[in-house]
Design a protein around this ligand. Sequence first.
Ligand code: SF4
Length: 227
Amino acid sequence: MERIVLNPVKIPYDMDKMELLKGLKTDSKNYEMILEIIENTGEMIKPRAILKWCNVEKVEQGSVTLMGQTFISKLLFDKLYNLEKVLLNIVTAGDELDVLKGKYSASVVDIIKYTILIETRKEVKNYISDIFGYNNIAELCPGSLPDWPVENNQYLFEMIGEASDIGVALKKDYFMTPINTVSGILYADDKDFINCRLCKKSCIGRRKPFNESEYLRIFKQNEINEG
Ligand code: SF4
């Protein structure tokens, strides 16, 4: 099915417009450095993405089949069982800013790269809404939850095809390079879904509280019924 390469993805590259940075205090330690980097690297950055349409071929309790590949996952079953199509995707912030490490603090450069990734993911969703009319787009990423581990990246890469045209490679441990890269399945009409709601980890990056009833509904229902 159709494979779409967005290279580059145009993002708002501005301190006042990027979600992670717009609230940064002007007297904070790294503000001036971040500002200087962003003001001077607009031409350098090349965030990019691949999208690929994919039919949901079969859904059975606890598994979903896409393009002949069956994924064993209660989460995927719960989220995709009534859908006909989804979009496989790989999105990367790129590694163009790495050359600045040494001149600037590496951790500050990494913060900016992560910010670029967040904005790129947002713009990819905007693109899908604008072109295909999908709304409330959510994503399922291998490795985000134990139910669908990172090893599934190997199948996603086979299904999407070569990702070297956006400079992304899959490593032997199934994580991707460059570092600020995500892969997964995008699907429509799930405004409230976010992995944190189903994740029990203690984590400073948590964006929503753990939702125990939803967790039990998706992951434990069968076990409870069988028990
Ligand atoms: S709580 Fe942390 S580890 Fe868990 S899904 Fe959210 S960000 Fe990831």
